[in-house]
Write a protein that binds this ligand. Structure first.
Ligand SMILES: Nc1nc2c(ncn2[C@@H]2O[C@H](COP(=O)(O)OP(=O)(O)OP(=O)(O)O)[C@@H](O)[C@H]2O)c(=O)[nH]1
Length: 299
């Protein structure tokens, strides 16, 4: 663990290395085992950090706390930011476990930072385990070929979004996209080239969709995009943008062969289930194929 800054009243301090802690130190009167036991009782990163912050704050060395791990896009914040700051890079061996920052209205003094650093020493191993668990769970929700979310993740999100829309009355829309004549691409150029097309297609879809509209690989050459809060006009607009983006993308196929897609769209109606919503989008896709492909259709 490395102290990056100990900015007292916003003055930057010199970086320094923190020695590992003995296992049995006291955290400002609270035995370290209390913190260690609380952290051992969960494997979820967010819950772990929440417990860490609350136990630390009982000893009042900080008012706010921010954790970030950019490679996995994880950010967690608690409390109200003050004007005195201290930031640490958390490392176990060569492995980075992210950055953690503390802030406080009152000025941090060296004994506060020592207390924080002892507590961080106790956090390191549980945090490493929680990050590993998160990684395993995330990879079970990803399609191994394209890296986008898989059908399991789609089923979970769609059920959650529909339940939310039932409760709160908000909109949910989705689209299903299928490559036109993909079998011919495989037959003409080989299965490996077909795989490359699927990978590149997933990248095009993700680059057009905002982070809030996740992309899923639904089946072989079919992808789904879920649009929380979007009405039919919104999903139609996104579907058209995706169709155009794919058509104009250079997939690097021999003879500059084009890749085109057909799309079916559907928006949530009262009483919809995930299955009924998907079926409507699928019927739209079927109509798009029947009407000549490279187009968007709803029901
Ligand atoms: N390369 C590759 N091909 C796949 C994969 N999964 C499914 N496919 C192929 O995708 C093709 C799907 O074809 P279909 O969607 O049935 O038909 P299509 O040729 O795309 O024609 P339309 O959908 O009617 O336009 C089949 O040839 C499958 O073998 C994969 O992971 N990699």
């Amino acid at each position: 663990m490395t102290r990056l800054t100990s900015a007292l009243d916003n003055d930057s301090g010199a970086p320094g290395s923190i020695a590992p802690l003995p296992g049995d130190v006291e955290v400002a009167g609270a035995p370290s085992w209390r913190l260690a036991t609380a952290l051992m009782a969960t494997i979820e990163v967010e819950e772990l950090l929440h417990r860490f912050f609350h136990l630390l704050r009982e000893q009042s060395p900080c008012d706010a706390f921010a954790y970030r791990h950019d490679p996995i896009g994880l950010r967690v914040r608690f409390g109200i930011v003050g004007r005195s700051h201290a930031e640490y890079h958390l490392k176990l061996g060569d492995q980075s476990l992210g950055y953690i920052g503390f802030s406080r209205r009152r000025r941090f003094v060296e004994s506060d930072l020592e207390l924080i650093e002892r507590a961080l020493g106790i956090l390191l191993h549980p945090l490493r385990n929680a990050l590993r668990f998160r990684d395993v769970r995330e990879s079970a929700r990803r399609d191994p070929l394209t890296g986008v979310f898989n059908r399991t993740a789609m089923d979970e999100l769609l059920a959650r979004q529909l339940a939310h829309s039932c409760r709160e009355g908000g909109a949910v829309s989705l689209l299903i996209l299928d490559i036109d004549n993909f079998k011919q691409i495989n037959d003409r150029f080989g299965h490996g080239v077909g795989d490359d097309v699927l990978i590149a297609l997933a990248e095009v879809l993700q680059s057009v969709c905002r982070g809030s509209d996740p992309v899923f690989r639904y089946a072989g050459d079919e992808f789904v995009v879920i649009m929380p809060e979007a009405e039919e006009a919104g999903v139609r607009c996104l579907a058209e943008r995706l169709r155009e983006a794919v058509q104009t993308h250079n997939f690097g196929l021999p003879g500059d062969a084009l890749v085109e897609v057909s799309l079916g769209i559907a928006s949530c109606r009262p009483g919809d289930t995930p299955e009924s919503l998907l079926q409507r989008a699928d019927r739209g896709l079927y109509r798009a194929k029947g009407a000549g492909r490279n187009r968007v259709e709803g029901e």
